[in-house]
Write a protein of this length. Structure first.
Length: 348
């Protein structure tokens, strides 16, 4: 039986177009910052791809290429022209590492951010587009209104956002962190969308002085090609899986919340996540226990803790995430394995 991959929120396969564009970039191997003919040709490819990415996202301002969303978040949080940092209790570890002294904003049991009193000096406020574990989405426009009214900078972690999925981010965010490998592009490339470069302290070097280092032109070409390919809307498929889990005795995390159409976490009472992952893997099914950075260590989820989950229950949750090729038959196969594991039966 072929393996079934349901961990696309961690990373998803490169599209055919992305692989072809990456190969094109590798063939045009010159440094885009070099002044000679080869360098100028590489620069044209880079800038054409930058423009294409902007069109795919609906973004007409500056785009700074990075090694991924983690670096984009770090640049924004460490170099924003702001005196304070606010981060969410459910933010990705990359955010928490980049701003260890930040003011932490709580969430409710539904996973929605509760903004504190924002009065005070100019600050940068980080908001997730969608949580990588629960899929819970934040009301970007509503939060942006309050953040901007207080005179602050809004940074959106949109690593899980498909191109064109949410015009509110494009309309309201000041800074947006993005990742290519979660959208069918190559790993090692991402972007920081910047509404006004004056918000950031420059460092010199490439990317108009905001990100030194030789540009990853092949990666940028692959990213642009991936974004140009539309992604399916998995809302009905995820709703189908949610219903099957409920009928199988499982619990859908943040069930009543607005959630990412392709990401969901499920609680199997009495079955530790570690044991579930082994059983699913034996059944040739790949899922995870939370985000990729935490799943390998199986440490307690700070996201579920912020939602008020007890540690023991949080250790019984697995995440399922869909990709471009996920089908209803795939979901049925997962549900069959889920029911067998919940009943203590062998699934291999």
């Amino acid at each position: 039986m072929p393996r079934l991959y349901l961990d696309h929120a961690a990373t998803t396969p490169m599209t055919e177009a992305a692989r072809a564009a990456l190969a094109q970039g590798c063939a045009a191997w010159a440094n885009p910052s070099s002044p000679h003919a080869e360098g100028r040709a590489a620069k044209r490819l880079l800038e054409d791809a930058r423009a294409a990415i902007g069109r795919s996202l609906g973004w007409s301002r500056d785009i700074v290429f990075t090694s991924g969303a983690s670096e984009a978040l770090s640049i924004a949080l460490t170099r924003a022209m702001a005196e304070r940092r606010f981060v969410g209790a459910i933010d990705h570890d990359a955010v928490l590492r980049a701003a260890p002294d930040a003011i932490v904003m709580p969430v409710g049991p539904d996973g929605v951010l509760h903004l504190p009193d924002l009065s005070g000096p100019r600050s940068i406020v980080t908001v997730q587009w969608a949580n990588s574990e629960t899929g819970v989405r934040q009301p970007i426009a509503q939060l942006a209104e309050t953040i901007h009214a207080a005179g602050h900078i809004l940074l959106v972690d949109a690593a899980q956002m498909p191109a064109g999925a949410d015009t509110e981010v494009i309309e309201h965010a000041d800074l947006v962190a993005l990742s290519a490998h979660k959208r069918g592009g190559p790993p090692g490339i991402g972007a920081l969308l910047v509404r006004d470069l004056a918000m950031l302290a420059p460092t010199g070097g490439q990317e108009r002085g905001y990100r030194p280092g030789t540009e990853n032109m092949p990666g940028v070409l692959g990213y642009a090609a991936a974004l140009a390919e539309p992604e399916p809307d998995h809302a009905q498929l995820r709703a189908y899986l949610d219903d099957a889990i409920r009928r199988s005795g499982g619990i859908v995390v943040a069930d009543a919340s607005c959630r990412h159409a392709a990401i969901a976490s499920y609680h199997m009472p009495g079955k530790p996540s570690a044991a579930q992952l082994i059983q699913f893997d034996l059944a040739q099914i790949s899922v995870s226990a939370g985000s990729a950075c935490a799943s390998g260590s199986l440490k307690p989820s700070h996201v579920l803790a912020a939602l008020g989950w007890e540690v023991e229950a949080g250790r019984e949750v697995v995440r399922v995430s869909f990709g471009r090729t996920t089908t209803r038959e795939d979901v049925d196969r997962f549900v069959t394995a889920w029911r067998a594991i919940a009943r203590g039966k062998r699934v291999a």
